[in-house]
Design a protein around this ligand. Structure first.
Ligand SMILES: [Zn+2]
Length: 449
């Protein structure tokens, strides 16, 4: 329960992990974090808090211990980390994430689409959004880019209930999809125009992927998205079978007969730009990487979704982050629920490191995984100045996780490894790793006491 009295300062005594770069992460053992009350009120009417200071416990207590309006909270057996961003997930696929996944196209038509059709009911959508908002708090995800169903209210409900910094879009399906999940081009554009105007940068124009969205709708949709400062998100080059299908479809369409690649199709539709997030991008040619780099589009990499079928993924392959970085393409991590089996970003980080190390790609570290699920996605969403890590003046959005037992002489990556994948926990248990989630300095989920 939140108290009616809000102290000017809140000090948490804890270990601190603060991602700074792909190869740099601040780690303070025996630390303290200071939050400062602001004039800004949250939706509940309570004042919001920002991070104000951090350091060794004794130094912080010397500096702030005599302040009159102060609350000191003991979390010494826990580690404080910034809350997560999930740059690619489908909130309307929560119940198909563990369904049999033989191939992407089969899983979509057999399990995913029939389930998404249920969201036609406003009541069903509302009930599911309330439940899913609690799941997000529980795993410590307070931001990201998210796909709804075909139905406009799946965006309204997500925006109403998901706490933090989420960008949402209704998937657009105007062709090559089942009758029960197909909208006319006119209906799709009316909906895009309406949502873009209302939600602006919280809205994402969301063609499901090229095969299901007519290029006219992508082109006109991009016009509305750009006019209102919206994001754009879709899927790109997830499997080879999908690429063949996309190219064979589009090469029969006017204006696309000579198209050379999947990326070029999106470029021709005008949906590539600095506010575009492409899901997956596993099989990209050098030319395609160049197009993405030039247009400043970002990639959401979803390792658990792309993982082999035996690991509960769709077996699509592994995104080559080194190649993407060489081409200067921004990228961050996503769970891709329900292609990905688990919502916890701890599971996603573990999978990113594990799959790459198996291929002897040693640049995939836990420090990097954490950076790519906190600060980098915040920057991609254009809010890195206000959130994403623990710096003075940023919103106090953070989580507590049990600190692993101490090990002498260990570096931060090894500490993070033990924190992200504690011994004896199964992947399904990662959802319980977060013991407390704070949004703007207020506890929004806790299983302490
Ligand atoms: Zn997806």
């Amino acid at each position: 329960m939140e108290r009616s009295f809000f102290p000017k300062f809140k000090i948490f005594l804890c270990q601190i992990i603060n991602p700074l770069k792909d190869d740099k992460c601040q780690w303070i053992d025996g630390g303290a974090v200071v939050l400062l009350r602001t004039q800004k009120l949250s939706l509940s009417g309570a004042p919001s808090y920002v991070f104000h200071d951090k350091g060794q416990e004794k130094d912080i207590l010397r500096k702030y211990g005599s302040k009159r309006s102060l609350e000191i909270i003991d979390r010494k057996s826990f580690t404080l980390l910034p809350s997560f961003f999930d740059l690619h997930f489908h909130w309307v696929q929560d119940e198909v994430r563990l369904m049999p996944k033989k191939s992407l196209l089969e899983w979509l038509s057999k399990h995913t689409w029939p389930y998404e059709a249920k969201f036609k009911s406003k009541y069903f959508s509302l009930r599911k959004a309330k439940g899913f908002s609690k799941e997000l708090l529980k795993v410590g995800t307070l931001g990201g880019a998210c796909y709804g169903s075909l139905h406009g209210h799946s965006v309204d409900h997500g925006i109403e209930f998901f706490e933090g910094d989420f960008v949402l879009g209704n998937v657009i399906m105007t062709m090559n999809s089942p009758d029960y999940l197909t909208q006319s081009k006119e209906n799709a554009l009316d909906l895009i125009r309406e949502k873009a105007k209302i939600f602006k940068s919280k809205y994402a124009l969301t063609p499901r992927f090229a095969p299901t969205t007519h290029p006219d709708v992508m082109k006109k949709g991009a016009f509305f998205a750009n006019r209102h400062g919206c994001f754009i998100q879709t899927h790109l080059s997830e499997t080879k079978q999908e690429i063949e299908y996309v190219l064979s479809l589009y090469r029969q369409m006017d204006g696309f007969n000579k198209v050379k690649s999947y990326t070029e199709i999106y470029q021709k539709c005008g949906i590539l730009g600095p506010k575009t997030i492409m899901g997956h991008g596993i099989y990209l040619s050098e030319k395609e990487l160049k197009i993405l780099s030039k247009t400043k589009a970002a990639i959401a990499h979803c390792p658990t979704s792309n993982a082999p079928v035996k690991d509960k993924g769709l077996g699509s392959g592994l995104f080559d982050f080194e190649k993407a970085e060489k081409a200067k393409i921004k990228w961050a991590l996503g769970s891709d629920i329900g292609g990905g089996p688990f919502l916890s970003m701890f599971d996603v980080i573990n999978s990113f490191v594990k799959q790459n190390r198996k291929k002897k790609v040693w640049g995939a570290t836990f420090v990097k995984g954490l950076n790519r699920s906190t600060l980098v996605p915040a920057n991609i969403l254009g809010i890195g100045e206000n959130t994403g890590n623990i710096e003075a003046g940023k919103w106090a959005n953070f989580i507590f996780v049990p600190s692993p037992p101490k090990k002498k002489g260990e570096d931060v990556d090894s500490f993070l490894k033990r924190l992200c994948s504690p011994k004896g926990l199964s992947r399904n248990d990662y959802k319980d790793l977060v013991v407390e989630t704070f949004l703007k300095g207020h506890s929004r989920y806790s299983h302490l006491n």
